[in-house]
Design a protein around this ligand. Structure first.
Ligand code: NDP
Ligand SMILES: O=C(O)C(=O)[C@@H](O)[C@H](O)C(=O)CO
Length: 276
């Protein structure tokens, strides 16, 4: 599998595993199975209430801690400096880990407008050794510019909604220009009809692949990192089988053409959306 190297040196695999909705013992089993199937990057969040399940799955897998990249996210209600530090410590406690590999600000929540203070807390958490790398999620260029202006430090990652209906061309270019890796949430559009689009089914037939594999391969060729979630062994395995074929530039462009201005899944526009 190919790798990404972040602006602070941390190396990530080309694809990660999403854990939203994987909670409790069923969640532990699904996440353990993902680790057995070869995933080495787990994405979770304080708000998913599954950090305990992620920690348990890591323990159950028997894989050494240093071989797994673990990421979690700070919720909007804890953007104040002291609360942010305590929340990271609570994430570690829930996961039963000594350090996290990545911690992201989950949403900028621009109306509340405390994300620069939260960023200062993440910068310090990295200095304290609580986290190895710090990033953001759902940040627009205007939010990133403020982080740079007020703290001088840019994130290693920006995790944003990205799938064929919303390809994030502008944000991707901005991130790339600033040395920030774009990571794709809901890379399969959360199971929406995008897999039935003619351009996707035609490419699936051409390459003898599943529609989901065509979409994930397209995201990799956009130089972004998808983090698909799956509760089934079969889908987890299939979502990793992406490295024995390559789309042509014009095929990548054909998939890009599926993007539309209202293509977001739930219309969560970070310019106005607030999540606590
Ligand atoms: N930062 C943020 O604001 C956000 C972050 N995220 C992160 O991104 C991750 C991924 O996004 P998510 O919203 O979960 O949606 P995804 O786009 O990953 O889609 C998940 C859905 O696709 C199905 N699926 C997965 N693989 C296959 C396959 N090969 N064939 C058929 N169906 C498949 C799953 O079903 P099944 O389980 O049956 O396989 C599930 O219903 C989340 O889990 C979370 O970690 C998500 C939303 C927002
Ligand atoms: O899943 C996440 O990380 C979120 O940020 C949520 O907003 C999610 O997208 C959702 O749909 C909650 O209803």
């Amino acid at each position: 599998m190919e790798n990404f190297q972040l602006n602070d040196g941390l190396v990530l695999p080309a694809i990660g595993f999403g854990t939203y909705k994987l909670n409790g013992s069923l969640g532990v089993n699904a996440i353990t199975s993902a680790l057995y199937n070869g995933y080495r990057y787990l994405d979770c969040a304080f708000n998913y209430e599954n950090e305990g399940a992620v920690g348990q799955a890591i323990k159950n897998s028997g894989i050494s801690r240093g071989k797994i990249i673990v990421a979690s996210k700070l919720p909007g209600r804890h953007h104040r400096y002291q609360e942010a530090i305590q929340t990271i410590q609570e994430s570690l406690f829930r996961m039963n880990l000594d350090y996290l590999d990545l911690y992201l600000i989950h949403w900028p929540d621009p109306i509340q407008d405390q994300y620069v203070e939260a960023w200062q807390a993440l910068i310090d958490a990295q200095k304290f050794g609580l986290v190895r790398s710090i990033g953001v999620s759902n940040f627009l260029p205007t939010h990133l510019e403020r982080l740079e202006k007020e703290t001088g430090i840019l994130p290693s990652i920006n995790q944003v909604e990205l799938h064929p209906y919303f390809n994030q061309e502008e944000q991707r270019k901005y991130d790339q220009r600033h040395g920030i890796l774009t990571q794709d949430w809901s890379p399969l559009a959360r199971g929406r009809a995008v897999t039935d689009e003619k351009v996707i089914t035609n490419l699936a037939a051409k390459y003898n692949k599943k529609p989901q594999q065509i979409i994930l391969r397209w995201e990799i060729q956009l130089k972004t990192m998808p983090i698909p979630k799956s509760s089934t062994n079969e889908h987890q395995k299939s979502n990793l089988e992406l490295f024995d074929f390559q789309l042509t530039d014009s095929e990548v462009e054909e998939i890009n053409q599926l993007t539309r201005s209202n293509g977001r899944n739930k219309n969560q526009d970070p310019a106005v959306y607030e999540e606590f």
